[in-house]
Design a protein around this ligand. Structure first.
Ligand SMILES: CC(C)(COP(=O)(O)OP(=O)(O)OC[C@H]1O[C@@H](n2cnc3c(N)ncnc32)[C@H](O)[C@@H]1OP(=O)(O)O)[C@@H](O)C(=O)NCCC(=O)NCCS
Length: 186
């Protein structure tokens, strides 16, 4: 499988969930998701306040995909239902490296139920097999125990703590850097 992000429809599934590229019609549900301060507590955004900000996130995701620099999918239950989260690649480096930065989030009602443990392996497969990446990265704010645990359970190693790596919500934030290398062909 070799994916061309800018062309492929890229709808994909796991047993219980279906992932589709974020669309402008997702904006009201995205506002509910990212409007929850608990969901964005460890993320690099302030809680969204209005629909315009939700459109901004979607437009950003769509332009990343058009340019082959990233991709973001909505997560919905298989067979229909509400948007319960998103996942994807915030960044992709396909020329001077083969790297992608994974990112994911779920509405609070779906935390701790194994949802991301079901989806992440498939996202890793898209990265390694579909996009032929060598290295998958994730940046995690210290304190986000669920995200650390999720990554560690799925073969990501913590490589270090980047001091004052980001600036959002009015202050600098350290970030753990996690990575998983595709060594299958070595
Ligand atoms: C991070 C997040 C996506 C995890 O998804 P999830 O579906 O809740 O995770 P899972 O239920 O698959 O659990 C993954 C592992 O973390 C553990 N875990 C879940 N919640 C935890 C918590 N609050 N503290 C510690 N460990 C936790 C689970 O037990 C599981 O480990 P196990 O396999 O050893 O049992 C979810 O908590 C979330 O959306 N958080 C808000 C957004 C966010 O922070 N995104 C990540 C930014 S880096």
């Amino acid at each position: 499988m070799s994916l061309e992000l800018t062309r492929d429809p890229l709808e994909w599934r796991t047993e219980r969930f279906v992932m589709r590229p974020l669309e402008r019609t997702d904006a009201p549900e995205l506002l509910a998701l990212f409007g929850d301060p608990a969901v964005v507590e460890f993320m690099d955004i302030d809680p969204l306040e209005d629909l315009e900000e939700a459109y901004g996130v979607i437009d950003w995701a769509q332009s990343r995909r058009r340019e082959g620099l990233g991709a973001r999918w909505s997560i919905r239950p298989e067979g229909g239902g509400p948007l319960i989260g998103t996942c994807g690649f915030n960044t992709l480096e396909l020329e001077r490296g083969r790297r992608g930065e994974v990112a994911y989030d779920l509405a609070r009602a779906y935390w701790g139920k194994g949802v991301m443990s079901e989806i992440l392996p498939e996202l890793v497969g898209i990265g390694f097999d579909g996009l032929e990446l060598r290295r998958l990265e994730a940046f995690v704010t210290p304190g986000n125990a669920a995200s650390c645990r999720l990554l560690e359970r799925h073969g990501f190693a913590r490589e270090g703590q980047l001091r004052d790596h980001g600036f959002w919500k009015g202050r600098f934030w350290d970030q753990f850097i996690y990575a998983r290398i595709d060594q299958r062909a070595d």
